[in-house]
Ligand binder design. Structure first.
Ligand code: IPD
Ligand code: CA
Ligand code: CA
Length: 254
């Protein structure tokens, strides 16, 4: 066993307590802009600093790549961390945000955890051993008809002010599905596919730290994880997670 999942859970839950301290004192929360439309708070920085210190103490053989502090030490075997995925939601006092931690060994994600402290939901997966939510095994939905499906997406691309901004794709897919959601955390969006709460999720212009843990959790729960053409070549810049049963129906609309 590479690591102890119990030790990892203890560390991540401690990180969740740190995040909640800031979340419960939003009037004093310092919020900055990394770039136009890209928020970072002192909570993001504090949670990442805690995770970097504690994971390095517990597992000195692994390097670290965090959204806020960048890459350090061994990058062949590293923790890939988004300390708060859904920062904008966090800063507004909304509950849909998560701490995303993945262990990547030689470009292969071996362990993934997404913890949503405000929702008290802990999603975890180890490659080849399935996915769990709060210790209970989870699996994707059984929806077979895209017309009856609920789908999720996000608009990371808006930050890059790119003309290819997912809005036309969203309209095409919205016109062929029953429900559409934009929850605000890519990591948790992927966990909702894993848990069968959403039948498919897609987004573009994300980074590995947004999706590394959630993609493993979703795939271990039976999801297909592809790019918008149904391949894997453009991951993580393009991600399409489905329950597998509606993949052929949604691909032509991507
Ligand atoms: C963001 C969330 C959001 C997605 C953005 C991401 P952050 O992560 O995952 O759902 O649409 O593109 O950047 O910035 O809150 O860590
Ligand atoms: Ca993120
Ligand atoms: Ca983040």
């Amino acid at each position: 066993m590479l690591i102890s999942l119990d030790v990892l859970e203890k560390v991540i839950r401690e990180a969740g307590s740190i995040a909640l301290t800031y979340f419960n004192d939003l009037k004093n929360l310092q919020v900055n802009m990394k770039s136009p439309r890209d928020f970072v708070t002192e909570a993001d920085v504090a949670v990442e600093a805690f995770l970097k210190e504690r994971l390095s103490l517990e597992y000195p053989q692994f390097g670290f790549w965090g959204e806020e502090s960048g890459q350090s030490a061994n990058q062949a075997s590293r923790w890939v961390v988004d300390p708060i995925d859904g920062t904008h939601s966090f800063s507004k006092g909304q509950y849909f945000w998560g701490i995303s931690v993945a262990l990547e060994i030689d470009d292969d994600i071996k362990v993934g955890v997404v913890y949503a402290p405000a929702l008290n939901d802990y999603y975890a997966a180890e490659k080849g051993k399935g996915a769990c939510k709060n210790g209970v095994p989870i699996s994707v939905s059984n929806e077979t008809d895209l017309a009856n499906a609920m789908v999720g997406t996000g608009f990371a691309c808006i930050r890059s002010f790119s003309s290819e901004n997912n809005l036309q794709r969203f309209c095409r897919i919205a016109g062929n599905t029953s429900g559409q959601r934009r929850f605000g955390s890519a990591a948790l969006d992927l966990c909702l596919v894993a848990d069968g709460q959403v039948d498919a999720y897609w987004e573009q212009e994300l980074n590995l730290y947004d999706v590394a843990a959630g993609a493993l959790i979703a795939s271990e729960a039976g999801a297909t994880i592809t790019d918008f053409k149904g391949d894997s070549g453009l991951f993580p810049k393009q991600i399409l997670a489905t329950n597998g049963k509606i993949l052929d129906q949604i691909l032509p609309l991507m």
